[in-house]
Design a binder for this molecule. Sequence first.
Ligand code: HEM
Length: 525
Amino acid sequence: MATVEYAAGSFLSSQYIAATVIIAIAGLLIFRLVSGNKQRLPPGPRGLPLLGHLHLLGMYPHRSLCTMADKYGPIIYLKMGSVPMVAVSSPELAMEVLKTQDQHFASRPQFVAGRILAYENQSTSLQPNGDKWRFMRKVISQELVTGKRLEMSQPVRAQEVLNTMEEILSDGQKGALVDLDVKLTQLVLNQTTLFNFSMKYYGRKRKDKAEKVEEFMAVVKTLGGTKFFLAEEFFPYLGRLDIGGVAKRLRGIAHEADNFYNAILKSHRNEDGSPRVISEKDQDFVDVLFAHQKENKINVSDDLIKAAVQDVIVASSSTSSATMLWALAELLRNPEVLRKVQKELDDVVGRERLAKESDLRDLPYLRCMVKETFRLHPTLPTLFPHFNEAAQKIDGYDIPAKCLVMVNVYSIGRDPKLWKNPLDFNPDRFLNSEMDVKGQNFELLPFGAGRRMCVGYNLGLVTVEFGLAQLLHTCDIFLPEGMAPENLNMDEESGTSVTRKDALLVRVAPRLPSHVYEKAGMSLL
Ligand code: HEM
């Protein structure tokens, strides 16, 4: 009897357990169903179990999101593995995210790649919304890229542009095809590193101050080309597996970069470790940050300084040079526009002197051409991901907490409802328009808008506009012999920013009388 009782008891007990499990699963499903019904998520395509919609983004997420927007509308909900993502692609919804609800969406997701490469996400662009981020933005906007500082650093920028034009023209005179990709990338990197820590790395006339040029070039290239999405960003439980050894590789790069920044910090310190004494006008970004470290109002660690310096190098260099290269490629494909830009330069600057930054205000067509480039080729086509800590609503839809929010400025720039013949490169569309790129017009947002807007947009803009003005004024550029404009490859390469896939190789000839170059100290051979 006891045995039967025991057996029955045991039987009942396993029935009980099975029932409990079934009820639990059913309860969970019902809860999910009910709570899922309660939430009104934005529309979007059907995802796969576990993977969500990751497989739909492909190599060029901005373009895939643009195609999805055509089907599902200007707000889409996706799952990246276990991470929710919302993409908006209309000026109205961009305004909602970046202006009306700016305070809710002004944070950043904490990327695993950023933890490895950017000193625990301490760079300005990856910091979450908080005191340190506000501090860094304030230092950059009030001490690094103020109108006064930009004016003070103008001769340095101008000299670098001149050196680059001299190299381009010299190479062109030798009959070689000139790789504008290399020349303009090096130009912007020189300008950026001079601005950040008073050293430059490239060119015939470099002061031989900087060491390990190749290593530096490799690090910047790798950082610029890194896609910030590792598998473990979206599948946290895969973290320890490090599939493909990506995290290990990133740690190697981070180590190299760290050695490099340590040397820079050391060069800005005295033997005893105190910051070097230098007049205010000669201070670079590292000096400015050391001064704040000394004040000790907020914990400005060496890591924070290194993260900030690296951020400005990566954020400013790849974006500015890529924009110039897109502009030049469009001009080569649209010779009529090129002729108009050069005619304006001849009318305003003439052929008896070189252009100056102060000429830019009198070159409206050139500035329209730059806007048109930003419209068709925003180098950060979905901005950096925005992030909301708490659940919010956009356009009546529920946005879950901790969601990646992407603003697809690429889609907006090519929307036929907003732009006539959107795929044409036509700067004239901006001629009688008040629209600018400074975050007030949500149809055109190459620098974003609101609290997270690019903090160096004024420097970025002048770098691009002046670099192009000087290049197009001093040089005639042509496609390689026999290449038709429509055959110039416009494919994209997607990394931290979207650049041209192919190098831009051109033939170059001087446009100005030789005495103008001589007077400027340029030797063309
Ligand atoms: C043509 C050149 C440039 C373009 C197109 C560009 C574009 C952008 C964009 C789209 C963002 C993200 C905005 C968002 O997430 O909402 C950004 C952020 C940023 N940019 Fe730029 N940028 C350029 C040049 C520069 C320069 C010269 C600097 C140097 C001071 C700079 C420093 C930064 C920083 C630090 C951030 C992060 C801001 C934050 O998260 O608070 N950028 N940039």
